[in-house]
Design a protein around this ligand. Sequence first.
Ligand SMILES: [Fe+2]
Length: 356
Amino acid sequence: MKYVPSDHLLPGMISLKSIYNRRGVCLLGANHVLTPPIITQLCNQHYPGVFVYDEFPELGKMNPGFGEDWRISEVKAQHILNVDRVIFFATSVVESILHMEDRLLDMVELKEHKHDIYTHSVNVAMISTVCGIGMGLSDQELKELATTAMLHDIGKLAIPDEILNKPGKLNDDEMELMKSHSQLGATILDQTSALTNEMKKSILMHHENYDGSGYPTGAKGEEIPLYARIIHVADVYDAMIQKRSYKKPFNPLEVVEYLMGNAGIMFDIDVIYSFLRYVTIYPVGTMVTLSDGREARVVKNRPNQALRPVVVLKETKERVDLAEDRRYFNLTITGGECVFHEGDGLEPRGPVHMLA
Ligand SMILES: [Fe+2]
């Protein structure tokens, strides 16, 4: 629960209590989804603010002893009213990325927050959007893609917490239950008219592999909806760069090698190409090692040059454009680490947001 001043209310928020004006007229009932007209009315009437539910209530509080049907209906009761809010948020993600100059997405930005299903979903929505832009999707398609990405793991809300957060390896039964989340997600959203069939099918199929080796249906190639093929890449990428209770984060080169090595096997090659154009592999501030052993710091990235950023050499402070400077064409980056040191004479770390 939180208190939000009227001029900060957003469509999709849900009221916790009924509110009344001075004459005792009910302005807004409890458990009501706020819409733009309701918010405008509250502002016009100078109503100070509203107690609303947290956007995404604590996950995994459900008793694992209850059956699947119960868990699905519980998730629907808790979350389904928020679909409009998810669409609103996904639209704002797409619009902010569309307004960025070069639309590069910085890995550091994706790693800065506590990692849970919600932040993972936001990351996947952002990565999917830039991939979708690279693949020429229309604005409407991008909004649908981002909304689908925000909801792709909603089925995990029906998976018991002990399994979701188990520090060790899952046993076979637990793994089967975990894998059921894509089917559960499709079931939870089945009756939601705000989503197209393509979006629902993409939630069901976001773990399908391009060669047919994925789940739950074993579909392959273009049988898998485009949104699902894009979300699959974004999902795996975000999972690899994050630290989890049972694994360390992979370094950027390992992630790129994994994605490229699996292009055409797990992933759609066109999606991987688009991904490599727009997602920054060595974010500004990363210390990298060049193939001649010298160390340098990344100071600038550009689209289409994910593996050859502009760097400053640690020893000489020389600024080198690995993509443009002919003297360095034979050099490659052999390792990189997102460790930041202030005050060592190299160029300061740039903004840690999506680079504009
Ligand atoms: Fe998933």
